[in-house]
Ligand binder design. Structure first.
Ligand SMILES: NC(=O)c1ccc[n+]([C@@H]2O[C@H](COP(=O)([O-])OP(=O)(O)OC[C@H]3O[C@@H](n4cnc5c(N)ncnc54)[C@H](O)[C@@H]3O)[C@@H](O)[C@H]2O)c1
Length: 269
């Protein structure tokens, strides 16, 4: 079969053998994305601030036979980003998949200082832009299969008390995604975002235990916490990785410029 985008005869999901870059891939949702992409047959460059978590995760993945490389750096550091892309293994094809997950976790209201705002917005928006620019520099000029997924959040869509800095950054991710989708469409690059609800990763597990005294089952039974989602629970990281893999894949070949809520129905009501 010949298709108008020239994908005749290709693996319909199209991720096997391709190179992906995942910022913030050393832990949490990012680590689940790396595992999912590896399971689909991609090779992955993890770009992360944490050498400790990155090295441990990459060692674990390599033991399982996954093709994973690590570059330690901040998404706001142009030189480190350039070095990371330049240092990709020679036998990997140029990256055509990018997942921007690194973000500034600063939760402040209007009392936020300049430093707070920079801590929130620099990684979430400036870093997102710099990582995307570096990715585009290495992308073949015409690639009908290239795709970018940016990490938004339900926080991009709603107001949450005391979350001014974080939610402003996540709302900007939606605007960034739409503009990039328009600018890159002619190059064949699709750009989308996902908006998860609360994901049960190590940090959230620690927060609920230490700050609220709640284990997962108790927190999910609470209408203020997991109970606020229509499905009555938190997401597992793999449940966010799966829709990201879909948006990167050929199955989403006519999807661009949009946001996919992965929120257990939270934004529906
Ligand atoms: N966990 C949730 O409930 C949830 C919900 C919605 C959206 N999100 C978003 O998902 C993404 C991942 O969140 P998570 O909860 O899995 O986080 P996490 O803290 O488990 O992992 C984040 C990773 O990003 C890395 N990182 C942080 N700042 C960086 C920087 N400046 N440069 C490079 N790497 C950096 C960290 O070292 C870490 O490995 C974030 O964008 C977050 O806003 C999370």
């Amino acid at each position: 079969m010949t298709t108008s985008n020239g994908t005749a005869g290709r693996d319909p999901r199209g991720l096997a053998g391709r190179t992906a870059v995942v910022t913030g891939g050393a832990q949490g949702i990012g680590a689940a994305v790396v595992e999912r992409l590896c399971a689909e047959g991609a090779q992955v460059l993890v770009y992360d601030l944490s050498a400790e978590h990155g090295e441990a995760a990459v060692a674990r993945w390599r033991e399982r036979g996954h093709a994973v490389s690590l570059a330690v750096g901040d998404v706001t550091d142009e030189q480190a980003l350039a070095a990371a892309f330049a240092g990709l293994p020679d036998d990997w094809p140029a990256p055509t998949l990018l997942v921007n997950l690194a973000a500034g976790f600063v939760f402040k209201g209007i009392e936020a200082t300049e430093a707070d705002w920079r801590g929130a917005l620099d990684p979430t928006i400036v870093g997102l832009s710099l990582a995307t620019r570096e990715f585009l520099r290495h992308l073949p000029e015409h690639d009908a299969d290239a795709a970018i997924v940016n990490m938004a959040s339900i926080s991009a869509h709603i107001a949450q008390r005391g979350y001014l800095t974080y939610n402003t950054g996540k709302a900007a991710v939606l605007g960034f995604t739409r503009c990039m989708a328009q600018d890159l469409a002619a190059r064949g690059v699709r750009v989308n975002s996902v908006s998860p609800g609360t994901v049960w990763n190590a940090n959230n597990e620690r927060f609920h235990r230490e700050a609220l005294g709640l284990d997962r089952a108790t927190a999910e039974a609470d209408p203020e916490h997991g109970g606020k989602f229509l499905l009555g629970r938190f997401a597992d990281p793999s449940e966010v990785a799966a829709p990201i893999a879909f948006l990167l894949s050929g199955d989403a070949s006519f999807v661009t410029g949009t946001d996919l809520p992965v929120d257990g129905g939270y934004l529906a009501v």
